[in-house]
Design a protein around this ligand. Structure first.
Ligand code: 5RP
Length: 295
């Protein structure tokens, strides 16, 4: 119960110490509301400004993808080493323990499969459910140049508006249809459109040359997708180059969960992303953990 007993006059006002008014650490996010900045600070480590998002949302259009046939068994060992889990609400509710306290980036689109036109997506969650799941961000594809370009931009725009009402940021994923080229011109166009419609951060693929120019022209952070499975060293080199050229992290799936040592690979990727460990050294992290697992 509130009471009025023992109310004393304050004594310590530290008049000589000015109040801090620090700039927010994340590119393009300085003018956002506290809730948005707080959720972005769960996703991006405020110490390094970077993130290792573990993407395992592939099933929403690919079904039981190699490496994540059993979400309950495949993902749990990786959770301690990831900064963020990116998945569908179905995967989250069915296969991830609610005692896990990692931020969630919710796949918020669906509506197609590998058997149909990939760009024909719709918004597949309402904002109340995202709030119930305590989502730290919503994510959906923008398919520039694809058959349903207009619809996909509309989806992401709606998510940004829905999320903005409740302080939930949106990650726009630059989807590449089969016919899209993967070069500076394409990703420069796609990432800039995502930022200009209001996405709080953007996912792109890594490409050369010109990745650093695309990062420079995008006013919000860019994280890279891993893409198809590469040999571990090559995947670490790709992550290193992306970070070196200004990426704010990775949103990686197959190159982690399809590795022959996913727990080693995610730790090696983490070392590259947060500590700028060079690929030659990072591969040793993966190899050592792989050996330990076998003994
Ligand atoms: C699927 C996605 C994936 O989350 C994204 O592509 C990351 O996974 P990967 O590293 O396997 O490419 O957005 O549409």
């Amino acid at each position: 119960m509130a009471d009025k007993d023992d109310v004393r006059l304050g004594k310590h006002f530290f008049e000589d110490i000015p109040s801090k008014n620090e700039a927010f650490f994340l590119k393009g996010a300085g003018a956002l509301d506290w809730g948005m900045q707080n959720r972005l600070s769960r996703i991006f480590n405020p110490e390094t400004g970077k993130t290792v998002m573990l993407a395992f949302d592939h099933g929403y259009f690919q079904g039981p993808t190699t490496g994540i046939e059993r979400l309950d068994l495949n993902i749990a060992p990786l959770i301690p080493y990831s900064d963020v889990l990116m998945c569908t609400r179905g995967a989250l509710r069915s296969s991830i323990s609610p005692t896990v306290c990692k931020p969630i980036v919710l796949r918020a689109s669906a509506g197609q499969s590998i058997l149909s036109e990939l760009s024909n997506e719709l918004i597949a969650i309402d904002i109340q459910d995202a709030i119930r799941l305590d989502a730290s961000a919503l994510a959906a594809q923008v398919y520039i140049g694809a058959e349903y370009e207009h619809k996909s931009i509309g989806n992401v725009t709606k998510l940004i508006d829905m999320g903005s009402k409740y302080g939930i940021p949106t990650l726009a994923v630059t989807g590449v249809g089969e016919k899209m080229s993967r070069d500076q011109r394409y990703f420069g166009l796609a990432t800039r459109i995502c930022a200009e419609i209001g996405a709080h951060y953007v996912k792109s693929y890594y490409f050369e040359p010109g990745f650093e120019k695309v990062v420079a022209a995008c006013p919000v952070p860019i994280v890279i997708a891993g893409g198809k499975k590469l040999p571990e060293k090559k995947a670490l080199e790709m992550a290193y180059k992306a970070i070196d050229q200004g990426a704010a992290g990775v949103d990686m799936g197959r190159n982690i969960f399809q590795s022959d040592c996913p727990v080693g690979m995610i730790q090696a990727v983490g070392a590259v992303v947060h500590n700028s460990v060079k690929p030659d050294k990072a591969i040793k992290i993966y190899e050592e953990i792989k050996v330990q697992e076998k003994t």
